[in-house]
Design a binder for this molecule. Structure first.
Ligand code: PGA
Ligand code: ZN
Length: 424
């Protein structure tokens, strides 16, 4: 394998028009590949640090320090290395930074290099990125991953930090659980999405979209959002609870005031146990099979209660709760919080650590869901990660806005080009 000969990073822009990093890695024979880093808005407090310049340009959000860290500091560490050795390269970057939260050079800088190394290795090996990820997974864990197509959660109605409406729950997602293949997954999701738009218009609601491409109307309540979605599923000729299920991401840390869950859209203030009951009611009335961040990331008792009440019937996903961090996940498992983990590689800052967390989740019978961020780019790495590791689930927004649809389109090509990769 040709060795890494140079690295070049520049500042580019994400789907919110906010600066982010694009990084290109070159091998000695001229082969090159690049990747881009996503960025969250409703971030967990324990996420690895996204280094921003905090000066007067770009509202403080430029990433030139991180870009320069790649070009001047990280590049010399990696030049001369074999790009197949993902773990060796990630370990070098991590130990050079040598902080718990990657705050010295920035998790965005480390991740940009980590991702683009994987891309260039796949290209040089003349294999798909998902096949390469399977190899990396085997190298790191000694476990064998079976390729599969992930079932998506499509975020078709946006609230919380991702929209300017009055809906407190951040994400209302549909899961086409009964679809036979990815082509059908996409047909159902887009048809439901367009029927939801028609229903919103008929009821004189706004059809503008939020950060992840879902509609962002002002509504009476979270229940009204669920009712509209169920109507859209039926209008499509599909059966809610059989063909199509519903998932929520409450992102509850965003409306927890330290004592109560404040649902301003519904004029309600609920204690932890009242909010658990509120969620329980929703799952009784609607075909909800998965709830992410149902409680605040520091509300340990609330999480325990939610897990006790709903954990046997519902997937309870820790996003802000676990921030893709193996140590934090381990602690959460010991405290009996949640039963699944959301995986966002920029929360932890490298491919190797992401894979280690997924493996640890597997070992502990926790399901993983590969996820985008609300600030995305046209980069489709997460689609390949989901297939290569056979994760089974992905959430990457509505079937609308190219920053979201790019991932779904990549998955359509993977299904088209392989006979034996089936929905998990
Ligand atoms: P974020 O939102 O990327 O803004 O954190 C996505 C999520 O909470 O799952
Ligand atoms: Zn979330």
């Amino acid at each position: 394998m040709h060795k890494i000969s140079s690295i070049n990073a520049i500042q580019v822009f994400d789907s919110r028009g906010v600066p982010t990093i694009s990084c290109k890695v070159f091998l000695e024979d001229g082969t090159s590949a690049s990747a881009m880093v996503p960025s969250g808005a409703s971030t967990g407090s324990k996420e690895a640090l996204e280094l921003r310049d905090n000066d007067i340009s770009y509202d403080g959000k430029s990433v030139m320090m991180a870009v320069n860290n790649i070009n001047e500091t990280l590049a010399p560490l990696v030049i001369g290395k074999d790009p197949n050795n993902q773990k060796e390269i990630d370990d070098l970057l991590i130990s050079f930074d040598d902080t718990e939260d990657k705050s010295k050079v920035g998790a965005n800088a480390i991740l940009a290099v980590s991702l683009s190394v994987a891309h260039v290795a796949a290209k040089a090996n003349k294999i798909s990125l998902y096949e390469h990820f399977s190899r990396v997974y085997k190298d790191i864990t000694d476990d064998h991953a079976v390729h599969s197509m992930p079932l998506p959660m499509f975020n078709i109605l946006n609230g919380g930090e991702h929209a300017d409406n009055n809906i407190d729950i951040q994400e209302f997602m549909i899961i086409p659980s009964g679809a036979k293949n990815f082509v059908e997954v996409m047909q159902w999701a887009t048809e439901i999405y367009h029927n939801l738009k028609k229903i919103l218009l008929k009821n004189s609601h706004a059809t503008s979209v939020g950060d992840e491409g879902g509609f962002a109307p002002n509504l009476e309540s979270n229940k009204e959002a669920l009712k509209l979605i169920v109507d859209a599923i039926k209008e499509t000729g599909l059966i809610p609870g059989k063909d199509v299920n519903i998932a929520l991401d409450c992102a509850a840390s965003e409306f927890f005031n330290g004592k109560e869950y404040v649902l301003s859209g519904e004029n309600k203030k609920l204690t932890s146990s009242e909010f658990v009951d509120y969620l329980h009611d929703l799952t009784n009335d609607y075909p909800i099979v998965s709830i992410e961040d149902g409680m605040d990331e520091n509300d340990t008792e609330g999480w325990r209660l939610l897990t006790e009440k709903l954990g046997s019937s519902c997937q309870l996903v820790g996003d802000d709760l676990f921030v893709t961090n193996k140590k934090i996940l381990k602690d959460g498992i010991s405290k009996e919080m949640a039963n699944s983990i959301l995986i966002k590689f920029n929360q932890v800052g490298s491919i190797t650590e992401t894979i280690e967390t997924i493996y640890f989740a597997n070992q502990n019978n926790f399901k993983s869901i590969i996820s985008h961020r609300s600030g995305e780019t046209e980069d489709t790495t997460i689609a390949d990660l989901a297939v290569g590791l056979g994760i089974g689930q992905i959430k990457t927004g509505a079937p609308c806005r190219s920053d979201r649809v790019a991932k779904y389109n990549r998955l359509l090509w993977i299904e088209e080009e392989s006979d034996n990769i089936l929905l998990k």
